[in-house]
Design a protein around this ligand. Structure first.
Ligand code: DGL
Length: 282
């Protein structure tokens, strides 16, 4: 943390945005265009990604460590822009850790706002979820959806190859066709009545061209960026005690646990603008 501390502007109270790697940039991009005046610190734990196949305890430990770091960097509010972390760590951090480590700070996830949107969209009541193995095994989406609408039929499909396709710049390559079609066919075979699917992983919007190619046209696609951005705007309007704590100079800082240059190269592709990146060690 010493390296980062030297470079921090201590006058700022940014919104922290955390992801296991690059995927959360799809969420940050939408948040920044919805709420451009605020300051942001994005932390990607690229050195330990992917989280998708890791155990509950490991995802929880890594996520808590990253949340603590963002708090130490001055963020009073942290968004877990990662479905796997939201599924496996959010509840424990909110209920068990926050009261001890930072009772006035807040950590929000991406699953709850997403399911709130889904129940307005589905007509058949049959919903499909694409996610990492960890997100699907956690059953977080079916549990949260059924809390809002117990009669929904929710079917999950783990897509372990989709994140590596995106991370290796193969989203629009021919090789992506096989793995995208395979999981769409598998999900729709499990429940042909599905009329709405959730892209329950922050990387998946990068596969949207392939997903649209193979998904039946009448199936609604729920991507999370705008939903999370709208939900955050709503949260801030309902929580002036948090909103007034946040600084508003319109700055963004990018931090990775991996190589700065690699993150900058990939991040610029995601965000379509040059970024400067700093490294952090745990
Ligand atoms: N960002 C993660 C998510 O949204 C996917 C990447 C990973 O497996 O680490 O679930």
């Amino acid at each position: 943390m010493r390296y980062i501390n030297d470079k921090l502007d201590r006058s700022l109270s940014p919104i922290g945005v955390f992801d296991s790697g690059y995927g959360g940039l799809t969420i940050l991009e939408k948040i920044k265009s919805r709420l451009p005046g605020y300051d942001y610190i994005y932390l990607g734990d690229n050195a330990r990604a992917p989280y998708g196949s890791r155990s509950f305890d490991i995802v929880y430990d890594f996520t808590l460590e990253c949340v603590r770091s963002l708090f130490d960097m001055g963020c009073p509010l942290v968004i877990l822009a990662c479905n796997t972390a939201s599924a496996k760590a959010l509840r424990s951090i909110q209920q068990r850790d926050l009261p001890d480590i930072a009772p006035d700070n807040r950590v929000l996830g991406v699953i709850r706002p997403t399911v709130e949107r889904v129940i307005d969209v589905t007509k058949s009541g049959h919903v499909g979820v694409f996610g990492t193995t960890g997100t699907i095994q956690s059953e977080s989406y079916p549990l949260e959806l059924k809390k809002l609408s117990p009669e929904l039929i929710v079917t999950g499909e783990a897509c372990p190859m989709w994140v590596p396709l995106v991370e290796n710049f193969e989203s629009d390559g021919d090789g992506a066709d096989y793995f995208v079609k395979k999981h769409i066919d598998s999900l729709m075979a499990k429940d042909p009545a599905i009329d709405t699917i959730i892209l329950g992983c922050t990387h998946y919007p990068h596969l949207i061209n392939k997903i649209k190619k193979f998904l039946p046209e009448d199936v609604n696609i729920i991507a999370q960026g705008d939903i999370v951005a709208d939900s955050l705007a709503d949260y801030l309007s309902r929580h002036p005690e948090m909103e007034t704590r946040l600084s508003k100079k319109g700055t963004s800082k990018y931090i990775t646990t991996e190589s700065e240059s690699k993150f900058a190269e990939f991040g610029e592709i995601f965000l379509k603008e040059p970024i400067s990146v700093e490294h952090i060690d745990f």
